[in-house]
Design a protein around this ligand. Structure first.
Ligand code: 26W
Length: 824
């Protein structure tokens, strides 16, 4: 228990206060007399950051001295959220800070609220990367994250007249959590041409020459583990113009403007996070981002390896690199290029090193999300890389041909180059060929990739190359930080806070299932969390919701496959049912608040229509005197990590209702159950494993199964497609204009009725409505409901990201924790 030693923390609250005052007066150059909450936040963060940096240094020294194999997690997204609360809790000194801040005249909650989210991600994939960093540090694994330091994270969402409006998220004004390393830079090359020549020994060599150079500057973010001195590093690259003579020439010749323009063009590379989730648009700037980040990271990794003076063949013994989806796949090509062009290794030797180094995680089966780059674009931007890709493909296809002679169609299907017009590089295929392991993120998903999109590769490489690592979430942020009261209650029943390090200990609370005082407190905590959310809803939307109503939550990126449209159609159905009842009958109905949140990609028109419909329904229902508290519909603006920390603990039931087979895993489903909320969901992603763990009596499953989806879609197109009568009734009401101009919502209706209902909204609607009736019934019996909630939480141990990281470490990375002895 490192927390008890605190050799790395503040001695006491006075020590903490002294540091805060010092930072206010020196770093911030302010006097304590005009120290407001924002300055208190800054100073408090700087004080904690100083502590982390000392441990960060020691951790790096320890890992280097020990010569440990390191994991490098390459992700274009790290959705970190706020850092201060996390840092205080992980070093175990939140109480010290609370007391110190109080003495200085601040409430710690208000100070925490000052922090801007670090929102360098879109959704599930980015937040998973952040949970992984927390687990890696908490388990003492030597690991670094590598990403991009976007100047603008995911846009801020405003809702104006019911529509989403995007506002840029400029978050770097003051960020105490990053350390610029102006001495750690890498020159990254683009464009140019390949010069084939021979070296002194007459061997053919390729030189990549000409083109332009952009400088990558490292910014380091310390990642503290929970109750351990291990502080790992997240290195984010920022782009800058390379200060070459070129600019000077332009400058001197009076072409000042274009010299500044060059600079801005360079800085554009890391300027903004692409806000598409699950959609590949093939934009040149995105490919530039990918190569810029990959090239800088690999240069850094190789530089570190070379310091050990080991032979190249030992590279995979020292280095594991995980590709978070295909976004960093160029790393495979870049490492091969470094080894053969710059280090002079033979192809086979180099390729052996490469394939033993990389692992690839797939996060989606949606065809529109699978990355492809046109051969022409890659040729233009990265001419040498394209040649290497062609060679990788050639050797790969030759080996396939040897194993499967005379199967021309197989060669066509698995070729890394798609022979389309224009020709495309299939990044997922390149990632598979260049990695030693490929994994999906939940059992169903991992099975699906093996039987559908990657089927041929299973035949070629054998089944062992493909594996499953079911996602997990960090209980430190998603229980301890987001729901401190529940965390405390659980600790009081499990004996201590060890369960935050070994989540299987949660099962101890099942022994207290019948403890009346425990149950009462459990219910009171849920209620308090709902009150807090109700207050937020009141101040941000003006809608008053009753905290005793059933809170029904769907918060995630808006996407047709996630089916928020089905949810809002269901809400309309409920509204129509209530309207059709007599006032007496109505009173028997379970009051509900339907809460939505999530961003639509700016170019995703349908998703934006869904947001508009939700808000339009809210505007009618929330002001209907017949309805009152029986039904409220709210859309929480700008859903992000810190909003999630407030919303998730306040949920009674949450919706995870994707068309079966489309949601790779889902991770918020885990967070909701962990916080004592039940879920309604389809047999999709991790819902299936959650059911297995918590028991089918504790979850509301509905809808068609993944195995039936294809046939249903086929029957929509080629058979007769009749719409569910309840859903048809909903459409009729929308078309009557009950929720405003029906033209605004026509596309949402025709997608189901006239365009094949690709997402099976109508097929699942009846079972969805019926299951919601079961939810109402179940909620009426509060005693049984609470039993379900406590039982579920008790059985959620499996879904910690610690388990997940241990599985990657054993099965894919082959890395070991580096133990740390508490100082005596
Ligand atoms: C190229 C455009 C693009 C951008 C982002 C394609 C794909 C993505 C991500 C892979 C989308 C994503 O976040 N996927 C989610 O990953 C989570 C973590 O594994 C899963 O829990 C979600 O089910 C999956 O949708």
């Amino acid at each position: 228990a490192w927390l008890k030693h605190k050799t790395h923390g503040f001695k006491d609250k006075d020590g903490f206060e002294r540091e805060v005052v010092r930072h206010v007066e020196t770093t911030l150059a302010r006097s304590m007399f005009n120290c407001d909450e924002s300055a208190a936040y800054s100073a408090c963060s700087l004080a904690f950051r100083d502590r982390l940096i000392l441990e960060w240094n020691r951790t790096q020294q320890r890992q280097t001295y020990n010569d440990s194999k390191r994991l490098y997690y390459l992700s274009l997204e790290f959705l970190m959220g706020r850092a201060l609360d996390n840092a205080m809790l992980n070093v175990g000194q939140k109480d010290v800070a609370k007391a110190g801040l109080a003495e200085l005249g601040f409430r710690i909650e208000d100070v925490i609220e000052q922090e801007h989210d670090a929102a360098l991600g879109n959704g599930g994939l980015g937040r998973l990367a952040a949970c992984f960093l927390d687990s890696l540090a908490s388990l003492n694994y030597p690991a670094w994250g590598y990403g991009l330091r976007y100047r603008y994270g995911i846009f801020k969402q405003e809702i104006i007249d019911g529509y989403q409006v995007e506002v840029p998220d400029y978050w770097l004004d003051f960020n105490p959590w990053e350390f610029p390393r102006h001495d750690v830079t890498v020159d990254v090359q683009f464009y140019g041409y390949v010069h084939k020549t021979t070296d002194e020994s007459g061997k053919a060599v390729a030189r990549w020459e000409g083109g332009e150079t952009v400088k990558a500057v490292a910014y380091d973010v310390p990642i503290p583990g929970y109750d351990t001195p291990t502080t790992n590093n997240l290195r984010l690259w920022s782009s800058k113009a390379a200060s070459g003579e070129f600019d000077f020439q332009k400058f001197n010749s009076g072409d000042y403007e274009s010299s500044v323009a060059d600079q801005q063009r360079a800085e554009t590379i890391s300027a903004v996070l692409y806000p598409n989730d699950n959609l590949d648009r093939g934009k040149e700037l995105r490919l530039k981002q990918q190569y810029f980040w990959v090239a800088a990271s690999l240069y850094d990794i190789v530089r570190r390896f070379k310091k050990t003076k080991r032979a190249w063949r030992e590279f995979p013994d020292q280095v594991a690199i995980q590709l978070n989806d295909t976004h960093p796949t160029l790393a495979i090509v870049e490492l091969q290029r470094i080894l053969i062009d710059l280090e002079g290794l033979e192809w086979d030797e180099a390729w052996n090193i490469v394939t033993n180094t990389f692992g690839y995680t797939n996060h989606t089966v949606l065809p529109e999300a699978l990355e492809k780059w046109s051969v022409g674009l890659v040729q233009h931007l990265l001419p040498r890389h394209l040649q290497i890709i062609y060679d990788i493909n050639l050797f790969f296809l030759q080996s396939v041909e040897r194993a499967f002679p005379d199967d021309r169609d197989l060669l066509r299907r698995v070729s890394i180059i798609e022979e389309s017009q224009p020709k495309m590089v299939r990044m997922a295929f390149l990632a598979i060929v260049g990695s030693h392991k490929v994994n999906g993120v939940a059992e169903l998903h991992s099975d699906l990739i093996k039987t559908t999109i990657f089927k041929d590769f299973v035949a070629i490489f054998g089944p062992d190359k493909f594996t499953n690592v079911t996602n997990g979430v960090t209980p430190r942020r998603w229980l301890h930080q987001a729901n401190p009261k529940l965390s405390e209650l659980i600790a009081s029943k499990t004996g201590d806070q060890e369960y935050l390090k070994d989540l299987s200990h949660l099962n101890k609370i099942e022994l207290h299932l019948k403890d009346a005082a425990f149950r009462k407190e459990w219910a009171a905590i849920k209620h308090a969390n709902k009150v807090r959310l109700a207050e937020h809803i009141k101040t941000t939307t003006g809608v008053e919701v009753n905290p005793s109503a059933l809170f029904d939550v769907q918060v995630k990126r808006i996407h047709e496959y996630k089916r928020q449209q089905m949810n809002i159609f269901g809400v309309i159905h409920r509204y129509l049912t209530l309207k059709s009842l007599s006032p007496e009958e109505r009173k028997k109905y379970q009051p509900r608040v339907s809460i939505f949140g999530g961003k639509a990609a700016p170019g995703y028109w349908m998703a934006k229509q869904i947001i508009h419909l939700i808000n339009s329904v809210g505007a009618v229902v929330n002001n209907d005197k017949d309805i009152g508290d029986l039904l409220k519909v709210v859309f929480v603006e700008d859903y992000n990590v810190s909003k999630a920390e407030m919303i998730i603990p306040a949920s009674d039931i949450s919706e995870h209702i994707s068309t079966a087979g489309t949601e790779a895993s889902g991770t918020s489903n885990m967070k909701f159950v962990l916080n004592g909320g039940l879920i309604i969901g389809t047999c999709d992603g991790a819902n299936i494993e959650i059911t297995r763990e918590i028991g089918e009596n504790n979850i509301f499953l509905f809808g068609n199964l993944a195995e039936d989806v294809e046939d249903l879609r086929h029957s929509h197109t080629y058979g007769s497609h009749t719409i569910d009568p309840d859903l048809a009734r909903v459409f009729e009401e929308i078309e009557k204009g009950t929720f405003g101009d029906s033209k605004d919502f026509a596309a949402l209706i025709t997608a189901v009725r006239d365009h094949g209902d690709y997402y099976l909204v109508s097929d699942d609607f009846h079972s969805y409505i019926e299951t919601h009736a079961l939810v109402d019934e179940a909620y009426k019996n509060q005693e049984e409901w609470i039993t379900k909630c406590i039982t579920s939480v008790a059985r959620m141990g499996f879904f910690t990201s610690d388990r997940c990281i241990n599985e990657y470490a054993d099965g894919i990375w082959n890395i070991e924790p580096l133990a740390v002895e508490p100082a005596s």
